[in-house]
Design a protein around this ligand. Sequence first.
Ligand code: GTP
Ligand code: MG
Length: 266
Amino acid sequence: MAKKSENMRGFNVAVVGLSGTEKDKGQAGVGKSCLCNRFMRSLADDYSVDHISVLSQTDFSGRVVNNDHFLYWGEVTKSSEEGIEFLFQVIEQTEFIDDASFQPFKGSKMEPYVKRCSATKLTSAEKLMYICKNQLGIEKEYEQKVLPDGKINIDGFLCVFDVSDVPCRTIEKQVEIVTGILNNLVKTKKPVVLVTTKNDDANESYVKEAERLVSKKEYKGAILLIETSAHENINVDLAFIILAQLIDRTKGRTKILPFLEAAKIR
Ligand code: GTP
Ligand code: MG
């Protein structure tokens, strides 16, 4: 758990989903960074749609990326509709690509992403919080927050599933990878929520694929589905709060509204 202050409980969340080279993920990412950005920095001016994944060797070994394939997004406090406060620390599990070779950087003992992203114990000495792309190389000009004690234990996972059409990515490919990821996540016994991203630009048949995925009988109904849009800030806080309530085994959970309903009452 993250540190507790007064009665506030800490929740450490890893955001995962299809990642890798353009060959793996198509022309755009699935929306992990945008989801984290919207959640951590909810002010409109602090929301950027352009995040890092293709980097120079210098940026890969700088203190933000720190030779890891994950980002530390820092910590934030949120309240549920019931007025309960939650302290979150967020990690994004991605895959950084070398801008010279266009291949993933070689980290230490690199397992395939689908396995690696299910790690529940992460370490990285002196790793700095990621804020935005422009921060790289001029870290001193931004707030410098270090990953506490150089380590973090993950309490639950948000697995992202992109329901928009992305050139050069097939839905079959995303379903195959996300199935592999979910199978590894459930083995950790930590709560998992499937978060559909880009619902503002959804292909309805992909929404159905996500519903099919979570209703597979292997998962015994344990994986909840939440429909989000980071661009429109719909259901983003809800996804993290529902996950926290699952981690905390809260009895009454916040009601999950489908995307269109959530969009209406905003
Ligand atoms: P990698 O870390 O490179 O694997 O990518 P990622 O999963 O972090 O994806 P990222 O958040 O960088 O988003 C990729 C692209 O998807 C962005 O350039 C956004 O324009 C688009 N995108 C992200 N969120 C949304 C959304 O809510 N709606 C729409 N329409 N597009 C989005
Ligand atoms: Mg990213």
